[in-house]
Ligand binder design. Structure first.
Ligand SMILES: [Fe+2]
Length: 221
């Protein structure tokens, strides 16, 4: 019983000691403390590849390698806001990676070996002082086995958070593979990623505003 009480006490102590700078402080049995990095967003397989080949200088507008390839030209733009949903969040790096027009993450010669699994259509933006960003790319095709709706993955790196984390993929409201069941299962990390696009000539336009921390586990408040 004493051991259980001690564990409960330790759990309460740990939760009280969680700080808002992305670290937590654990108290050990001998009374000393240990500071650990806290993983915001619960971890992400592949998000760390955002640092492979990442340019030193990143603009708030990016044009992917896919832009000049076969496929429906797509422009996605919007703003990233802080957790209050209204203050623009500048200097947030958004990394995206996607399949090509045939549904494959297709690497090309010369790519870093570690990043080949993300294919060659990948890129970065860093939000401007107004929190805004734009991406010019092509609409990805779904996987060849049609097991998932078409999507563009996203990993975010905020200036004041230790680790990168993922938010909901960009998806497409008119995608027949985007069933009601899949929509209902969405985590809406950063807000919904489903784009309701419109056509302007040969260009498809989509807008997404992102709220940092929304539905992100472990996000500092
Ligand atoms: Fe994927």
């Amino acid at each position: 019983m004493q051991a259980i009480r001690k564990s409960v006490f330790l759990l309460i102590t740990l939760s009280l000691l969680v700080s808002c700078n992305g670290t937590s402080t654990a108290m050990k049995d001998d009374g000393t403390t240990q500071t650990r990095k806290k993983v915001v967003g619960g971890g992400c397989d592949g998000c760390e590849l955002m640092f492979v080949g990442m340019p030193k200088n990143i603009d708030h507008i990016d044009t992917s390698a896919g832009w000049n390839e076969k496929g429906q030209k797509l422009a996605i733009s919007g703003a990233i806001y802080k957790a209050d949903g209204k203050t623009p969040a500048p200097n947030v790096i958004l990394y995206y990676w996607q399949t090509d027009n045939s549904g494959v993450y297709s690497p090309v010669d010369g790519m870093a070996v570690e990043a080949r699994s993300h294919g060659h259509i990948r890129g970065w933006i860093k939000t401007n002082p107004q929190g805004r960003y734009s991406i010019y790319t092509i609409r990805p095709a779904p996987y060849r086995d049609r097991s998932s709706p078409a999507h563009i993955h996203i990993s975010l790196k905020e200036p004041t958070i230790n680790n990168e984390y993922y938010i909901d993929d960009f998806q497409f409201d008119d995608d027949q593979l985007l069933t009601n069941a899949i929509r209902q299962q969405a985590d809406n990390r950063g807000g919904s990623g489903i784009l309701k696009t419109v056509k302007r000539g040969n260009l498809e336009l989509g807008t997404r505003n992102i709220i940092l921390g929304l539905n992100i586990p472990g996000y500092p408040r």
